[in-house]
Design a binder for this molecule. Sequence first.
Ligand code: 15L
Length: 266
Amino acid sequence: MTDQRVLITGSAGVVGTLMRPRLRRPGRALRLLDLAPQTASSDSEEIVTASVTDASAMAAACEGVDALIHLGGHSRENTWEATLDVNINGTQTVLEAARSAGIQRVILASSNHAVGFRRIDSDLPADSSPRPDTYYGVSKAAIEALGSLYHSRFGMDVIVIRIGSCFETPLPLGPRGLSTWLSPDDAARLFEACLSAPSPGYRLIWGVSDNTRRIYSLAEAEALGYKSLDDAEVYAEQLASKPAPTGAAAEYVGGPFCTAPLGVFN
Ligand code: 15L
């Protein structure tokens, strides 16, 4: 029997792929929406092939859904037009479909690139105001604002997560990952906390593991019930031989995004 149906947009993307097996629960159906083809691995998975920019497909995908995790969209720098269309218009389309279907709980993926031009040496509370490093970062700041709007106007519970670097390990990220890594298991713990926290209202929280070199605050996520069990420091020795960032990439939390050409897909 299905007690809860969770719609995940961008389920075939990097974070979606890591979350799919980890968010499986008895009594929970996962409705997995992506442009890329996917195959259901059990009766509790429902596949939807659609774009987050398609209002009628999103309306259909939201039917019978209890909670929505919106991961869909471009996950790195792209042209302004593509970023505007998929990340900003797409998120508005998703929120509008959720509102109209009566979905009370929405979790939106933002990114540390919404505040990429904040200095590494500062302590970063989760509600630090936006200092985007790219068009991509601008789109994440807009997603945060859209989430706030839909909460204030319609009373929906909207939790926006400024995700650091969610990968299997921090190794591909170089030394920066020792600070920004969100382990996949911690990410699943964080999504579970976001799904189950009673009446959170609007929250902006960091998505990061309890890394020894962490500069992103965990207090806001912990207030929702999140407990990180991982620390990127276990990879420190393996990363010791990798070149340390220099210039703006060493000064600001966005790292290499701070110097990547604007509007160029990379
Ligand atoms: C992000 O927002 C990207 O989606 C991801 O690919 C990583 O680059 C991550 O930020 C990061 O900052 O490491």
